[in-house]
Design a protein around this ligand. Structure first.
Ligand code: SF4
Ligand code: SF4
Ligand code: FES
Length: 265
């Protein structure tokens, strides 16, 4: 059975917890890259905010404190505060990760924040990952393709081996935060690149015995430079994924399968 690890604060991605860099009561400086594309007068600039480090403070808490006390115009996103919704992803000191899972004491005393690249900027730290993810899911037809045109609602559930269900669940843990895309050199260069998140989806549906698509059908979706052959295998995606998805293994696996298709295998 696959072991599911729960990532606990202050751990970030696969890194071990670093020693605290700021003590409670010490000063934090947060610099935010600000820009509002909807305002013709807006010019990108770094804005500086000063806060006091408090016990257990996350960047989510710090940003809310800034918005509540210092600057109500600051834009950023969050929903769950628990590493589940993926909406608080941003670039923190150069690394794409989740604000709600980042302790300020581990990344301070000076913290530089920028919005995720690649995605459409809404304003300041807020980007539209949903639009990108939806377009990509439609392109990859990221749903189980059943044999029948019309599902038979009276039929009993199909049984699945628990081990296989666990393997599928492992890949389904993606929260579509966009960190892997933001860290990806190919995604910066190719607007249509599916990214690790897309390749992971192909791996997930390929595993699912209810999905009737074969490798030739998946090759049509990702058998080119905007798909798995555009990946440079430098694995920044794997390093930054906050859910510790096995992206390295999945990219290698899908590439092997698609290469075999390309050579008539
Ligand atoms: S694969 Fe990981 S980094 Fe990429 S969108 Fe999913 S959870 Fe985020
Ligand atoms: S390994 Fe591939 S998908 Fe991952 S960051 Fe590099 S180019 Fe992007
Ligand atoms: S607020 Fe949902 S993942 Fe951070």
């Amino acid at each position: 059975m696959t072991e599911h690890r729960i990532t606990l604060l202050p751990r970030q991605g696969r890194d071990a917890a670093p020693p605290a860099r700021v003590r409670d009561g010490e000063r934090l400086t947060i610099k935010v890259l600000r820009y509002n594309p909807a305002d013709p007068a807006s010019v990108p600039h770094l804005q500086r905010y000063e806060l006091e480090q408090s016990p257990g403070m996350t960047l989510f808490i710090a940003l809310n404190e800034i918005r509540d006390r210092l600057d109500p115009s600051l834009q950023f996103d969050f929903v769950c505060r628990a590493g589940i919704c993926g909406s608080c992803a941003m670039v923190i000191n150069g690394r794409p990760t989740l604000a709600c899972r980042t302790l300020t004491r581990d990344v301070g005393p000076e913290i530089v924040l920028a919005p995720l690249p690649v995605f459409e900027l809404i304003g300041d730290l807020s980007v539209d990952t949903g639009k990108w993810m939806r377009a990509q899911s439609e392109r990859l037809a990221a749903w189980v393709h059943l044999r029948e045109d019309e599902p038979d609602l009276t039929r009993l559930e199909q049984r699945m081996e628990p081990e296989l269900a666990e393997r599928i669940f492992e890949l389904d843990r993606c929260i579509e935060c966009g960190c892997c895309v933001a860290a990806c050199g190919t995604a910066r260069m190719r607007a249509d690149f599916v990214g690790a998140v897309g390749i992971n989806k192909v791996a997930r549906f390929r595993l699912d015995p209810r999905d009737t698509r074969d490798d030739a059908a998946f090759y049509e979706l990702v058998g080119d430079d905007d798909g798995v052959f555009g990946c440079m295998s430098l694995l920044a995606c794997h390093d930054v994924c906050p859910k510790d998805l096995p992206l390295q293994t999945q990219i290698a696996y899908v590439r092997r399968k698609m290469a075999a298709q390309g050579f008539g295998g």
